[in-house]
Design a protein. Structure first.
Ligand code: ZN
Length: 304
């Protein structure tokens, strides 16, 4: 063999190795950081859940507003290229004399990349926002803040919308659902370190990583049933069970996410999930968790 063909073969071989390594790193790998820590003190969260006097949540209603379709490996690194349903929800906490909303999904315009959009569900959510006494978002992404961003009554709603300091400070993550600058400037931020009680039985848990303003929401119902809404720390329960992140191609180049921070959070959620089987973990976009919760009555279909 002459020198040139040999060099070409060697070059191709090197490229294949680099390409294989890059493919593995971007699509398959979900290794975590060597240092750092993240922990949730559930005893302290429960103490805070009891710190605001008043009646706790009686029912939790859900609206399934839209669905995306993603390849499995975009959701759990290494899960392959089969496509999966990625539902987008809004939740309504029903207290005896008022309601609160967690996450506001998106409208049809923002949802142009969705594979399904349910206008009736969206309309019920928008109507319910008008009468809610509290609206929080798990994080500043368009499929969670979009319904609020495009609500015709946005400015009036800001009286009951509670955004965190970090959510207000990172509007670039809101992309096309970015709240107007004057609304952001006049919003009174929630400022807290790790946990914050915001209603009887309802506690915010800071969880930066997926976005700077990401938080989880713990809810303890009046009958003692407990939920932990993860926002998009994990899109599915499988991320928690396997302690595996989304593929880096997604976290690095589409989401600009702190992959290591999310890995530490997944490890802690995995610990809690094992230790507390009665705590209902609700990931951001898990079709089977949603279906099961509707079947067992954990969630009631359609807002009040
Ligand atoms: Zn999301």
């Amino acid at each position: 063999m002459g020198k040139w063909p040999q060099r070409i073969l060697i070059t191709l071989g090197v490229l294949a190795v680099i390409g294989g390594a890059a493919y593995y790193w971007l699509i398959v790998d979900s290794s975590g950081p060597s240092g750092g820590s993240y922990s949730i003190d559930m005893a302290e969260v429960r103490r805070l859940a009891d710190s605001i006097p008043g009646d706790k949540v009686q029912e939790i209603h859900v609206e399934h507003v839209a669905s995306f379709t993603f390849p499995a490996t975009a959701i759990v690194a290494g899960d392959g290229w089969d496509t999966k349903d990625v539902p987008v929800q809004s939740y309504q906490l029903v207290f005896p004399d008022h309601t609160a909303i967690i996450d506001t999904a998106l409208d049809k315009e923002l949802g142009k990349d969705t594979t399904a959009f349910y206008s009736d569900a969206y309309d019920r959510m928008i109507a319910a926002m008008d009468t809610a006494s509290l609206i929080v978002i798990t994080h500043e992404h368009l499929d969670h803040i979009g319904g609020l961003a495009h609500d015709p009554h946005l400015r009036q709603l800001m009286n009951v919308v509670k955004l965190t300091k970090e959510q207000i400070a990172s509007p670039e993550y809101m992309t096309s659902a970015r709240l107007p600058d004057d609304v952001l400037a006049s919003a009174k931020p929630l400022v807290y370190d790790r946990y914050l009680a915001i209603a009887p039985g309802v506690v915010l848990i800071k969880a930066p990583g997926h976005t700077p303003g990401s938080q989880m929401v713990f809810v303890q119902r009046a009958d003692g049933t407990e939920y932990l809404f993860l926002g998009d720390v994990a899109w599915t329960l499988r991320n928690v069970e396997l302690v595996r992140e989304r593929a880096r191609l997604v976290t690095r180049f589409f989401l600009n996410e702190d992959h290591d921070a999310v890995m530490l959070e997944l490890a802690e959620l995995h610990r809690i999930h094992e230790a507390e089987p009665n705590l209902h973990i609700i990931p951001g976009h898990d079709a089977s968790v949603l279906a099961d919760a509707l079947k067992t009555g954990l969630f009631i279909d359609k807002f009040k």
